[in-house]
Design a protein. Structure first.
Length: 122
């Protein structure tokens, strides 16, 4: 415990968490980030296994929270901007489907949080 929140000592550094963003990351930010980064990592692996050439994946995350229900996260929209040459929309769509099925963070919240994923090829 610390003033204004809590912290965790992890192998790569200290993670400070608080309900007040003056003292650390807010729990909902970490949850959304975890879902986005897990999805991005799984997508990267799938694209590599499919031998699709790409240079970058940029993810934006929008969310909706319900103030009437403890400000719970109700919806997360992840948008992937995939930079690469010769990427077919059909193959990337297949990779996106596999990503949703294989991301442990997405699978952990299915039924509680609506996850929507879209992509564009740059």
């Amino acid at each position: 415990m610390k003033d204004g929140g809590f912290y965790s000592e992890l192998p790569y550094g200290k993670l400070e968490v608080s309900g007040n963003d003056e003292y650390g990351f807010r729990p909902y930010q970490l949850m959304i980030s975890s879902i986005a980064v897990c999805s991005g990592g799984v997508l990267r692996t799938i694209l590599q296994k499919m031998r699709l050439s790409f240079e970058d994946i940029h993810i934006t995350a929008d969310y909706e929270r319900n103030e009437k229900e403890a400000n719970r996260i109700e919806k997360i929209h992840l948008h992937f901007r995939i930079t690469g040459k010769g990427l077919s929309e059909e193959k990337v769509h297949k990779a996106m489907d596999l990503t949703k099925k294989n991301c442990s963070m997405v699978q952990s919240v299915i039924g509680s949080i609506h996850i929507e994923e879209t992509f564009e090829i740059i």
